[in-house]
Design a protein around this ligand. Structure first.
Ligand code: C2G
Length: 130
């Protein structure tokens, strides 16, 4: 079984998230998603609208996602890859090159981001809605 992993906050889920989850799953048979905890989000300088539990509930309902694990820090990826016997690590290409160190352990793929949508933009757009 070919196992894929990806990580993210996945707040206010949108088609950009769905696209990368769908394409990540297509690279193997089983997709593990490391979803950022609220505490790690703060470390990332992000505050999510939905809590970790809410974001986890949503992710687990997506047909492309087989397992959701917490992402607590930047350092856990190597351990996750070995613990879960991961063959492919996937991220959007806004992270191009950032995780090449993981090439020692598995395939590393950066997939093109979906243009024209982001959680930040959704929040900004909603601010103007009366
Ligand atoms: N993404 C995308 N297209 C968009 C928006 C996001 O392909 N329009 C991808 C990102 O590239 C990322 C994933 O969706 O691979 C999740 O995006 P975020 O929730 O914004 O996650 P991020 O803050 O990039 O956290 O350790 C890695 C970090 O946890 C990644």
């Amino acid at each position: 079984m070919k196992k894929v992993i990806t990580y993210g906050t996945f707040d206010l889920l949108h088609r950009g998230h769905i696209n990368i989850l769908k394409r990540a799953k297509a690279l193997g048979d089983y997709l593990v998603v490391g979803i950022s905890t609220d505490e790690f989000n703060e470390l990332k300088g992000k505050s999510s609208y939905y809590t970790y539990e809410e974001r986890k509930l949503v992710l687990e309902a997506i047909r492309y996602v087989d397992e959701v694990i917490p992402e607590n820090n930047w350092e856990q990826k190597k351990q996750d890859i070995s613990d879960h016997n991961i063959n492919v690590f996937v991220m959007g290409d806004d992270w191009e090159g950032e995780f090449d160190v993981l090439k020692q352990l598995c395939e590393v793929k950066y997939l093109p981001r979906t243009e024209g949508i982001s959680t930040t933009q959704i929040k900004l757009d909603l601010k103007d809605v009366k």
